[in-house]
Write a protein that binds this ligand. Structure first.
Ligand code: ADP
Length: 159
């Protein structure tokens, strides 16, 4: 079975990488798909986000890193995949994720969304938290891969 793990990954965190690693052991192939939503300009460019993901998953053979725009269901159909993986951190994630999973299932009934519970070590962690900590000079070295930590420092140094 092949799965898609979609998200903004702006930037990838150790929480995302934990989900990717765990998924790669359970499924034949994991497609990590970065949402390229033109109307919402991100913090890192899509190319930077893809590069961070590629660099940090290069040792996992069955992981593919890609980007998509438009509807996730159309991307899933194009890739011939009907399982979406989402990470669940806290109850606060549930409402949104539930709505999205139901909507996607309505539009594409064969599509199933599976939720993977976050590792307790990372259940507080989000990309936006990492960006905010970095903005004020906080140490994010145990929350993100090294290249992301350096890139964050450089971005805020230049700001
Ligand atoms: P965020 O900006 O909130 O970090 P993304 O849109 O990049 O989120 O998230 C992509 C997917 O990864 C979502 O399913 C999200 O719930 C999940 N995720 C994000 N952070 C974590 C984490 N720390 N642990 C587990 N799953 C996570």
């Amino acid at each position: 079975m092949n799965v898609i793990y979609p998200g903004s990954f702006d930037p990838v965190t150790n929480g995302h990488l934990d989900i990717i690693q765990r998924c790669s052991k359970k499924f034949n192939k994991v497609i990590v798909a970065v949402l390229n939503n033109n109307s919402k300009s991100g913090f890192f460019t899509i190319e930077e986000r893809l590069e961070f993901l590629r660099e940090n998953t290069k040792d996992i053979e069955n992981v593919e890193v890609d980007s998509f725009s438009g509807l996730l269901i159309d991307y899933a159909k194009m890739k011939n995949v009907n399982i979406i993986i989402k990470g669940l951190r806290a109850v606060s994630d549930y409402e949104n994720e539930m709505q999205m999973a139901l909507a996607n299932n309505k539009l594409y009934p064969e599509l199933e969304t599976l939720f993977m519970v976050s590792n307790t070590r990372y259940s507080f962690l989000s990309s936006s938290l990492v960006r905010e900590l970095s903005l004020f000079g906080g140490d994010v070295s145990c929350l993100v891969p090294k290249a992301v930590e350096i890139a964050l420092k450089n971005k805020f140094k230049g700001a």
